[in-house]
Design a protein around this ligand. Structure first.
Ligand SMILES: Cc1ncc(COP(=O)(O)O)c(C=O)c1O
Length: 409
C-alpha cells in the first residue's frame, strides 16, 4: 500500500454532488428560461424523472426531506394532536416533522435483524396504544415491502408513510402507502437540499403541492401551508445527479460488496457484522458484540479512521423528545443502537482503504485483540440476538433494481 494512502484520513462520508461540468448545461437552461422557482420547467422534468425512477405516479418535489415529511403528514388530514407511531431508531427529523405537523410522536421499537419497524411491530403497538397513523422509516438501507404496509392499513385503518430519506430510487410506494425521500447533499442522489413525496394517490400529491406553496389551490389559500418549493437551481442539481445515478449506484454497490467480502473473509467468527442492507445506502454500519463508546471512536480516529454513531442516541433519548410516550421499553432500539458503528463510506474509497478500515476494526473492536479499556461487554446479552457472520448481502428490494433510470436529458 502507498504509505501516503496509509496516513490519509478516511472520512465517514464525502458528499458526491454533480460537478460544475455536469451542471453547466442545466444552468444554461435556467438562464434561457429565466424561470428560477415556483414549479419551473426543470422542476417538472425532475419530477417526471423521479416518478419514473421510483415507479410512483406522483413525485412532488419539496425543499427538504423534513418538509416533505411534515407536508405528507399534514396531507393525511388527521385531527390536531393525533398520535403517530414512529420508530425511535431514526434521524430526529422524522419526529420533528410529526411535531411540526401538529401531531404527537409515540416511539416504537424495531426488529432486531432488520433494524426497522415492521408491520407486525406496528400492529402490536397499535393494539396497546391509541395511534392514528404510522411513520415507519427505511434506515440502514433497509427498504420496506409497501404491499405489507398496504395490508396493514387495510386491516387497521391506519395510514402509513415511509420515511425513506436515505434510499431514493430504491424504496417502492404502495397503493395506499406513500414515501418521502431526501435529496440532501449526503444522500445517494444529492441536490444539496431537497426532498420528494412519492405517492400513487393523486389527492395526496395535490395537497402536498398546495401545502408547499403556502396552501394555494386554484388561487385561494385553502389550508395553511408553507414555502417548501424547490428552486430551479436545486432541480438542476437533482437532474445532473440523476443523470449520474446508474454509475453512482454501481460504485456504491461495489464498495458495499468489498466491505462485505473483507469483513467476512477476514474474520468470520469475530462478531463484526455489516448491519446495512445492500441498497446503495448513504451510510454503512457494522454491528459489534459490545457497546460502542468514545474510546473505540477515539482509537479508530487515532489511526485516521473517522466513524459515526448513526441514530445514536435514539430519538426518544434526545431532550426535546424525551417527554413523548414510548410503546414498551424500546430495548431492541437501545441495544442495537449501542452496538452500531458507521464506517467511512464515500465514493472516494478504494479497496486498500477498506482493508485498512477492516484491520483497524478488528484490532479495536474485537475484545481479544483490543487493549483493555473496560467497556461493558454485551456479548452475553447479545447471544442469540446477534447472528454471527457478515453482511446482509442480499437486495431486499423485492422489485429488483430500479428501472426507468434516466440518462442525460
Ligand atoms: C431518516 C431521515 N429522515 C429525514 C431526514 C431529513 O432529510 P432532509 O435533510 O432532506 O431534511 C433524514 C436526513 O438525513 C433522515 O436520515
Amino acid at each position: 500500500m502507498d504509505p501516503a494512502a496509509h496516513d490519509r484520513r478516511l472520512k465517514v462520508l464525502i458528499p458526491n454532488l454533480p460537478t460544475f461540468d455536469d451542471l453547466e448545461p442545466w444552468l444554461r437552461r435556467i438562464d434561457d428560461n429565466r424561470h428560477y422557482t415556483n414549479f419551473g420547467p426543470l422542476n417538472r422534468e425532475l419530477e417526471e424523472a423521479l416518478s419514473a425512477l421510483i415507479r410512483a405516479e406522483h413525485a412532488v418535489t419539496v425543499s427538504s426531506g423534513t418538509l416533505g415529511l411534515e407536508l405528507a403528514l399534514t396531507a393525511l388530514g388527521l385531527r390536531a394532536g393525533s398520535r403517530v407511531l414512529v420508530p425511535s431508531m431514526t434521524f430526529p427529523a422524522s419526529a420533528t416533522a410529526i411535531v411540526r405537523a401538529g401531531l404527537i410522536p409515540v416511539f416504537g421499537d424495531i426488529d432486531d435483524r432488520r433494524l426497522v419497524m415492521t408491520p407486525d411491530i406496528a400492529r402490536r403497538a397499535a393494539s396497546e396504544t391509541d395511534v392514528r397513523a404510522v411513520l415507519t422509516v427505511a434506515v440502514h438501507g433497509e427498504v420496506h415491502d409497501p404491499d405489507a404496509w398496504d395490508a396493514f392499513t387495510a386491516e387497521t385503518g391506519l395510514p402509513v408513510l415511509i420515511d425513506a430519506a436515505g434510499v431514493v430510487g430504491r424504496q417502492r410506494v404502495g397503493r395506499t402507502t406513500s414515501a418521502v425521500f431526501s435529496l440532501h447533499a449526503t444522500k445517494p442522489i444529492a441536490a444539496g437540499e431537497g426532498g420528494v413525496v412519492a405517492t400513487r394517490d393523486a389527492a395526496m400529491a395535490r395537497r402536498v403541492r398546495s401545502l408547499s406553496n403556502f396552501g394555494f389551490d386554484t388561487g385561494r389559500v385553502r389550508a395553511v401551508g408553507t414555502n417548501a418549493k424547490l428552486s430551479e437551481y436545486h432541480a438542476a442539481l437533482g437532474l445532473a445527479a440523476l443523470a449520474r445515478w446508474p454509475g453512482t449506484l454501481e460504485r456504491w454497490t461495489s464498495l458495499y460488496d468489498t466491505y462485505a467480502h473483507l469483513l467476512q473473509t477476514s474474520d468470520p467468527e469475530a462478531g463484526l457484522r455489516l448491519a446495512t442492507a445492500r441498497t446503495a445506502p448513504s451510510n454503512l454500519c457494522v454491528r459489534v458484540k459490545q457497546t460502542i463508546d468514545d474510546r473505540h471512536i477515539q482509537a479508530l480516529s487515532g489511526v485516521g479512521i473517522e466513524t459515526r454513531r448513526w441514530y445514536w442516541p435514539p430519538v426518544h433519548r434526545h431532550p426535546a423528545f424525551s417527554g413523548y410516550a414510548c410503546v414498551g421499553d424500546l430495548a431492541t432500539t437501545d441495544r442495537a443502537g449501542a452496538e452500531l458503528l458507521g464506517l467511512p463510506f464515500s465514493l472516494d474509497l478504494d479497496r486498500d482503504d477498506i482493508e485498512r478500515v477492516c484491520a483497524a476494526l478488528r484490532s479495536t473492536l474485537i475484545p481479544e485483540n483490543a487493549a483493555p479499556h473496560g467497556c461493558a461487554d454485551l456479548a452475553g446479552l447479545a447471544a442469540g440476538g446477534v447472528p454471527r457472520g457478515v453482511g446482509r448481502g442480499f437486495d431486499p428490494d423485492p422489485s429488483g433494481p430500479p428501472e426507468g433510470t434516466p440518462s442525460r436529458m
